[in-house]
Design a protein around this ligand. Structure first.
Ligand SMILES: [Fe+2]
Length: 469
């Protein structure tokens, strides 16, 4: 497998060589340079680079200019910013939020052990700083109006808001074009009635800063893990949390790129899904009738991971490792669509021109190509993604292979993702979708009969499971 390539920029050549040497011993490839201009040129020429480690005092283009360039040209790049001393960071005027806004993944102050860089590269990124929010007195806060671009915010349905005794994020409501009102302050204690008052005023959504999305995912994951086996928490609350976490995760991966830490969050979601499915028998009743009226662009990823998880629990040969692999693949399989022009992505396949169809049907290959740069994605996950539209009857794509030629785990994800798309498009509940599918033999023949049977068993009555068999 290819090594991950890291670009290093510092004026101190001795330091640069030592770090580069250390990295090669830790299985990373590195490219070194000394100015901001060289960084930009290297990023432009070399598509292999996944991470930039750059000194804040870089000259000829400054670090700020380089960061601006990355934001517009390569937003998925991870950037570690290095400061010579603590006072250099203090004098820069950069705080944690402004670093995130600039697209900086982590900042480090010299001197530090080179192993620290490796830990960061291998996923030492921490998304759990929300735990640091210290308690504040609610009465001190007044709603605060701000002007901001809509793209800076992520919204959640107010009824899904995971209310606790204390909020760990700032939350806003939208009061006009580019106008937001901060109604909950990080660390503030608040009463549920305060939220209910907004619901009564027909406020449907709460907003938080998208720059904090990874932290929000981590926060939701910790709630999901904690609550999965708690009988006193209703199953629909747990389902909503998993849905929010999964949709945010897919949105983050598709807009900001993948990182080892984000992959770790996706594993935690998958484990949370498994744990919740196992501990809550009533969840299947909820799922049977679930209809998504207003699907988010990323709802399909959530449903795919959920349906794949349900199948894994029924298949005798599928253990935890299988569940982990299909869970990860569920969130990544259509990344390749980003390489297809946006106007072509959402057309119905039956209405595509031959060249558009060919491009669209190459998306599993494009997804794997995109993931090649990340050495922390296993070959099994890539194989699932590569075969996620291959059908057992040989009518799938991109290769048109059939039966035993298809990677077995890909057959699970193929059914889960296409069934998710089917019910979302038709605004159907899983039960109604399954009933329709069972009547359409030409569609059903694409999928592995054992997998369909497992899904039906977990979802429906016995007699329908027998029919599928
Ligand atoms: Fe796909």
């Amino acid at each position: 497998m290819n090594k991950e390539t890291v670009l290093l920029c510092d004026e101190n050549t001795e330091w640069l060589c030592a770090l580069s040497d250390f990295m090669s011993h830790s299985n990373f490839a590195s490219v070194t340079c000394m100015t901001g201009k060289e960084v930009q040129k290297e990023l432009y020429d070399n598509g292999e680079i996944t991470t930039l480690i750059m000194n804040w005092e870089t000259v000829n283009h400054s670090a700020l200019e380089v960061l601006r360039y990355i934001k517009s040209m390569k937003p998925s790049l991870r950037v570690f910013l290095i400061f010579e001393k603590q006072n250099v960071l203090d004098e820069s005027g950069l705080d944690k939020e402004s670093l995130v806004r600039l697209g900086v993944t982590a900042s480090l102050i010299k001197p530090f052990n080179n192993q620290k860089i490796i830990d960061h590269l291998k996923g030492g990124q921490k998304f759990d700083s929300w735990k640091d929010s210290s308690e504040q007195k609610g009465s001190e806060f007044k709603p605060e109006e701000i002007q901001a671009d809509d793209r800076e915010f992520t919204r959640i349905k107010i009824k899904d808001f995971a209310s606790g005794a204390r909020t760990v994020f700032d939350h806003y409501i939208k009061i006009g074009s580019k106008k937001y009102l901060k109604i909950l302050h990080r660390g503030e204690t608040f009463s549920v009635t305060r939220i209910e008052q907004y619901v009564e005023k027909d406020v449907d959504y709460l907003y938080f800063k998208s720059a904090q999305r990874t932290e929000y995912i981590n926060y939701l994951n910790s709630l999901i893990t904690k609550l999965a086996t708690k009988a006193m928490v209703k199953s629909d609350v747990k389902l909503n949390m998993m849905k929010m976490g999964s949709e945010m995760l897919v949105a983050e991966i598709y807009t900001q790129g993948l990182s080892p830490a984000l992959l770790k969050e996706s594993k935690t979601i998958t484990e949370g899904v498994q744990k919740t499915l196992r501990a809550n028998n009533d969840i299947y009743n909820l799922l049977r009738n679930f209809v998504e009226e207003e699907p988010d662009a990323h709802t399909q990823g959530y449903l795919t991971s959920l349906f794949a998880g349900m199948i894994c629990m029924q298949i005798p040969w599928a253990g935890k490792r299988t569940a982990d692999i299909v869970g990860q693949a569920s969130f990544l399989l259509d990344l390749g669509l980003l390489k297809i022009p946006p106007t072509e992505r959402n057309i119905d396949q039956s209405k595509m021109k031959p060249d558009e169809l060919k491009r669209f049907q190459s998306h599993p290959l494009l997804s794997v190509e995109l993931l090649e740069q990340y050495n922390f994605i296993t070959d099994a996950v890539k194989q699932v993604i590569l075969d996620h539209h291959e059908y057992v009857n040989g009518e799938g794509y991109p290769k048109g292979i059939s039966g035993g030629q298809i990677f077995p785990l890909a057959k699970i994800v193929c059914f889960a993702s296409e069934f998710a798309e089917y019910i979302l498009k038709g605004k159907l509940s899983p039960v109604d979708g399954m009933k329709e599918l069972l009547a359409k033999k030409n569609l059903l023949n694409k999928y592995d009969a054992e997998i369909v049977k497992c899904f039906v068993s977990s979802l429906m009555q016995k007699e329908l499971a027998n029919k599928a068999g």
